[in-house]
Design a protein around this ligand. Structure first.
Ligand code: G3I
Length: 323
């Protein structure tokens, strides 16, 4: 057997985590694990529209700048999340009154200002997030309503102009649900690529759970790679309470089911051509920090570290898949 990894930093591709900047600033234990294990960081919320651009004429950079500075000091890559999304928009955008030219100016200014601010320091961006609905149609977001379906292509062009060296991703969830949404996302991405729109990669969020079939998880990863683009598993977590039971006890059975899913996902990803493996990012660090508990208002343990920042069997599954 090859020697065990000292940390996930030694993986053949960048292994990362989404980071809560409030915790990163205030909690030495949290920062210690992030620094030891991960060589890529994504702001869980710090680079969203509402965080960076709360009023038309106001940009608030402090948390995102802190993350970028932290990454430089800890020798980590920064992935930017996210420029154009229908959620986490400030009220001034959701209530914006203007014709399509004014909306275009709003979108272009936001992208150019944000990408320009971090030029050379943020290696990659989720340019457009979650534009596709469950049935495969384009989601009727404010962007789609005011700018038409081709807002997606133009967002990528504005981002490329603002930082020609940043890798540009389309990011979405549900590739592993089955063919309907997956096919729609892949045809959107392939269409952009065929038109020469500057897209470099596809982000698979992979907010998944222990009941998702291995076949669907593997198909999500392998069909994304068939686009020829970079593949980023961008928001990985594996929930163990998919039915949102009000009470549930953590058990060896749940731990080993979760370990098996993490292992399958990382093994499948690790088998992709090296040049397409942009990285895997988990969505935060410990079970206590995960969005899942708040979202379902139920007990869950979705991440590779427990609430005391100790490694779980899921972590061992990742290491076994990397070895
Ligand atoms: O910081 C404010 C605080 O000032 C305010 O008082 C409080 C009251 O609601 O809200 C706080 O902001 C919350 C923020 O998280 C920071 O904790 C927002 O309400 C809450 O909506 C936000 O949730 C985030 C969610 O995206 C929406 O932006 C989650 O933390 C984050 O994990 C989640 O991440 C998303 C990805 O961006 C896209 N893919 C799905 C993924 C999970 O939903």
């Amino acid at each position: 057997l090859p020697p065990a990894l000292g940390s996930l930093r030694e993986a053949a591709f960048p292994f990362g985590a989404a980071v809560n900047v409030t915790l990163l600033r205030a909690n030495a234990g949290y920062q210690g694990v992030v620094t030891r294990e991960y060589r890529s960081v994504t702001g869980e919320n710090a680079m969203k529209f509402r965080s960076l651009h709360p009023d038309a004429a106001t940009y608030t950079w402090a948390d995102a700048d802190y993350l970028v500075q932290y990454a430089r000091q800890s020798n980590s890559r920064v992935h930017g999340h996210t420029l154009i999304w229908h959620q986490s928009l400030p009220a001034w955008v959701t209530g914006f009154q203007g014709d399509s030219a004014a909306w275009e100016n709003l979108m272009r200014t936001h992208i150019q200002t944000v990408v320009g601010h971090f030029r050379g320091q943020v290696a990659s961006w989720d340019v457009v997030n979650e534009a596709v609905a469950e049935d495969g149609t384009l989601r009727p977001s404010v962007w789609r309503q005011h700018l038409g379906p081709d807002y997606i292509a133009r967002a990528f062009q504005y981002a490329r102009q603002a930082d020609p060296d940043a890798r540009l991703f389309y990011n979405d969830y549900g590739h592993e649900y089955g063919p309907t949404k997956r096919t729609a996302i892949l045809s959107l991405v392939n269409g952009l690529k065929a038109r020469g729109i500057p897209i470099d990669g596809i982000g698979l969020q992979m907010h998944t759970n222990i009941n998702r079939s291995d076949a669907n998880l593997a198909a999500a990863i392998n069909t994304a790679a068939q686009t020829g683009l970079l593949v980023h598993i961008s928001e990985l977590d594996v929930a163990v309470n998919p039915s949102n039971l009000a009470t549930l006890t953590w058990s060896d059975a749940l731990a080993s089911a979760q370990k098996a899913k993490y292992k399958l996902i990382v093994q499948t990803y690790n088998a992709l051509p090296a040049a397409q493996r942009f990285g895997i990012t988990t969505w935060n660090v410990s079970d206590a920090d995960s969005w899942v508990r708040g979202y379902c208002s139920c007990p869950d343990w979705p991440l590779p570290f427990d609430a005391s920042y100790q490694k779980k069997p899921a972590y061992d599954g990742i290491v076994e898949a990397l070895n």
